[in-house]
Ligand binder design. Structure first.
Ligand code: PFF
Ligand code: NA
Length: 454
């Protein structure tokens, strides 16, 4: 316990937490989710979820990790022996996500190269069925390994495991100190380029136009909570693990606010950049913005290549910068998620770091090969759907119920955090976690089950 490694600086920890939070969820998930759920009106449930669930849970996870000084399973076990399983459940979710997230980063590496020479040509479907993924016609077909995906995937794992081998201070901290500033600069370049394109204003108008009628729709609230949880890497075991490497005294509450607002700031910027670019595309095609909107894989790998091809001068370079942003955002998140299960088995089986990275990281790398086959995208969709619908929010709900109601730990944790922070956690924090969040999340889960059955 005494020999646990530590972050070198407070900034190092905060950058690593921001690195975990800022990921593909910000760049391609947020803009489309906001647009589909009320546009400008989405900001209301989104802010509500951020302030009553996102940041309070971030404070909770930071405090648990810092106080109990262990990976998620160990920290929960130290809180109460009976609840080690909660940590392992979250670690398991993280493991599954890591295996497919790595593959998306591999695609982005490949596309950073393609962009440079605009190599995808005019074929927007090229990504899926053409020369790139060579996607199988039916979902049952695994097919062979696609070399164009497999090779960058190997690169992704070498970088990720290489950083993890080096440990917390010399590995994760240094990597984030490089990746995050680089990401912010490159991302700003993309956003500025995007908003100065012809038609950008129409795109922004489509994005921000509030559809207030949607506010009463439970689906919109589900989307807001889902986005906040995924985006802040909450209930993934990640933030508990990262906080376990904090020194004995540190301003947890303040760190959580910085992380939460930085993540949402990047999300807002991404919304602006993405919709300005979609506005450009719509104006080129002479159609309304609503006809070109896409999210997820389709946005980054089908729509963006089209936009980049149509852009004026230096488009190849801007295209590469966009995909490099995805790579940097993705890698800093992947590192955090692999660290959670590496740390989990390291603590549990008293392994050396090298062995834990080799076993944990190696196993994830091997499983991820499945997603680099001709059937890969089908498996990826299935895994992603399963995780988002039955994983993250449920794990978050169970977490708050156990901590707040079964173990009644909120008061202890509150005074622990307050003993070293400039920001006092008042009873608002306990109300958010003990009442508001479980009620809203519980309602969401029931709604989700009801609509899935229908
Ligand atoms: N917070 C991340 C995001 O917004 O993309 C979520 C995440 C996904 C973290 C995958 C880590 C990870 F490997
Ligand atoms: Na995020």
């Amino acid at each position: 316990m005494e020999n646990r490694p530590q972050w070198g600086t407070r900034a190092g920890f905060v950058l690593a937490a921001i690195g975990s939070a800022v990921g593909l969820g910000n760049i391609w998930r947020f803009p489309a989710v906001a647009y589909e759920n009320g546009g400008g009106a989405f900001f209301l449930p989104y802010l509500f979820a951020l302030l009553t669930a996102g940041i309070p849970l971030l404070i909770l996870e930071f405090t648990i990790g810092q106080k109990y000084r262990g990976s998620a399973p160990l920290s929960y076990a130290r809180m109460n022996k009976k609840y080690e399983w909660l940590g392992w459940w979250q670690v398991a979710i993280s493991f599954v996500i890591a295996t497919y997230y790595a593959v998306i980063i591999a695609w982005a590496i490949r596309f950073a190269g393609f962009s440079f020479s605009l190599k995808w040509g005019d074929d927007p479907e090229g990504f899926l069925f053409g020369s790139f993924l060579k996607l199988a016609d039916n979902p049952g077909d695994v097919g062979g390994i696609v070399p164009g995906v497999f090779i960058p995937l190997v690169v992704v794992w070498i970088i990720t495991l290489g950083i993890l081998f080096k440990g917390i201070k010399k590995g994760i901290e240094i990597a984030n100190k490089i990746f995050i500033p680089a990401l912010l600069i490159l991302f700003l370049i993309i956003v500025v380029r995007s908003v100065t394109l012809e038609g950008a204003a129409a795109g922004l108008e489509a994005f921000f136009k509030p559809d207030w009628g949607q506010i009463a729709n439970p689906k919109v609230w589900v989307a807001a909570y889902g986005q906040i949880f995924f985006s802040l890497s909450i209930a993934f075991a990640i933030m508990v693990t990262y906080a376990s490497y904090l020194p004995k005294k540190t301003d947890i509450t303040n760190n959580a606010f910085i992380t939460g607002f930085a993540n949402s700031g990047v999300e807002l910027l991404a919304g602006i950049g993405v919709f300005a670019a979609l506005g450009f595309m719509a104006s080129q095609a002479g159609v309304p913005v609503s006809e070109v909107v896409a999210g997820g894989v389709g946005l980054a790998f089908v729509v963006f290549p089209q936009i980049i091809s149509e852009m004026p001068a230096l488009n190849g370079i801007f295209g590469s910068i966009f995909f490099i942003c995805l790579v940097l955002a993705g890698l800093s998140s992947l590192i955090s998620i692999v660290e959670t299960f590496v740390a989990g088995i390291e603590d549990k089986f008293k392994l050396s770091r090298t062995k834990a990275v080799l076993f944990g990281g190696g196993l994830a790398a091997i499983v991820s090969i499945l997603f680099s086959t001709n059937g890969g995208l089908y498996f990826l969709d299935a895994a992603d759907y399963f995780i988002n619908n039955f994983g993250v929010a449920l794990a978050g709900l169970v977490e708050v119920i156990i901590v707040a109601w079964v173990l009644r730990e909120l008061k202890n944790l509150q005074s622990h955090a307050n003993s070293m922070s400039d920001i006092r956690l008042g009873s608002w924090w306990k109300i958010c976690l003990g009442i508001i969040t479980p009620v809203v999340l519980g309602y969401m889960m029931v709604q989700n089950i009801v609509t899935n059955i229908k």
